[in-house]
Write a protein that binds this ligand. Structure first.
Ligand code: BYC
Length: 312
């Protein structure tokens, strides 16, 4: 079959919402875009474990420790499903990791900010996982089968993460003045970086148009950001906290909240490697990879031994 015909059949499938599977023909650009997006997502999960793992030993009770531990383990699992989904596109996991370590591959900007207090665990669960759910639930309908299926379980677990975060915030806000202040401080620091998670404005997003056509993205960055603001403001009101945006106000005509200008200079600075914790995060991932070399060697040696036994 000619490439034109293959492409036509592929486009028909996309139009009819038929999932694309690993052995199906796909345009090279579709494959590359998926590898970029899925691997960035996988890296985000793995790097995202770092700022929270930092708080497991300092969580204020056994119950909080158990929940934090479970959340961080879930994120390791999400990374693994996503790396596996990526491997179905014909890339090696080691190459993906090499790209993360060299700085060639991106991961979410949000994980380049420090976690300074216990309230940050609440704010991350509430806002960061809340933003992740907003972005990822539509991806359960992504056109590429392995990605969409991975996303179903990821979203279920993210929903537990969001609730545990919000419950931490509720507890702090119902506590002493000092605890409420801690919660407000965490909201002040995490609000704007959470809005940045959705990526540049639609006008500046170079991939959105094509990715929407391919069903790799289902909503634009600005659409998702607006949905997030709209659901999150009433939650902040229940907590009795103030969102740090003087331009925030309900717009009756639009039926949405209006909100202030994001500091895009900060965003582009963070995604180009110059955020407050970029170096620390990549150094930690490189160290974990190097420290795990003996495990990979042992697993490979065992696999070889087993294969030889089978032949003999
Ligand atoms: N951080 O054309 P655009 C999570 C890059 S949540 C860093 O709009 P696209 C978690 C973008 O890669 C986070 N880089 O791109 C939560 C592109 O650069 P390249 C992970 C960003 O791909 C809690 C350039 O900017 N979620 O995992 O159409 C606990 C232009 O942007 C960011 C996902 O990855 C950013 N925030 O849209 C633990 C979800 N935003 O590659 C873990 C799946 C943009 O051309 N991904 N860039 O050099 C997506 O939905 C999309 O990839 C994005 C960006 C909306 C993130």
């Amino acid at each position: 079959m000619s490439t034109e015909l293959l492409e036509q059949k592929f486009n028909e499938k996309i139009d009819q919402e038929v999932r694309i599977e690993p052995k199906d023909w796909m345009p090279e650009k579709y494959r590359k875009t998926l590898i970029r997006q899925i691997s960035q997502h996988a890296h985000s999960e793995i790097v995202g474990m770092l700022p929270e793992a930092n708080w497991i030993t300092r969580a204020p009770s056994l119950r909080r420790k158990a929940a934090a531990l479970a959340k961080v383990q879930d994120e390791a699992g999400h990374g693994l499903y996503l790396y596996s989904a990526c491997e179905t596109l014909g890339v090696e996991r080691d190459d993906l990791l090499a790209d993360l370590h060299s700085g060639k591959a991106k991961y979410s900007s949000i994980f380049n900010y420090p976690t300074l207090s216990w309230a940050d665990m609440g704010a991350i669960g509430w806002l960061v996982d809340g933003a992740a759910i907003m972005n990822q639930v539509p991806l359960c309908r992504a056109s590429y089968g392995p990605y969409a299926r991975a996303m179903v379980r990821v979203c279920k677990e993210e929903s537990f993460h969001q609730r545990q975060g919000y419950e931490i915030m509720l507890t702090l806000c119902k506590g002493s003045e000092a605890q409420k202040k801690m919660a407000q401080d965490a909201l002040n620091r995490w609000w704007w970086p959470s809005l940045m998670m959705f990526g540049p404005t639609d006008a500046d997003s170079k991939h959105t148009e094509q990715s929407m056509r391919w069903g790799i993205k289902r909503f634009t960055n600005d659409e998702l950001r607006q949905k997030f603001v709209d659901v999150t403001i009433p939650q902040a009101e229940i907590l009795g906290l103030t969102v740090p945006d003087k331009d925030l106000k309900w717009n009756e005509e639009r039926g949405h909240y209006d909100f202030g200008e994001i500091n895009w200079e900060e965003f582009f600075n963070v995604i180009s490697g110059n955020g407050p914790c970029n170096k620390q995060r990549i150094d930690a991932r490189k160290k974990a990879y190097d420290d795990g070399a003996w495990v990979r060697e042992a697993a490979n040696a065992y696999a070889e031994k087993k294969a030889k036994k089978k032949v003999a």
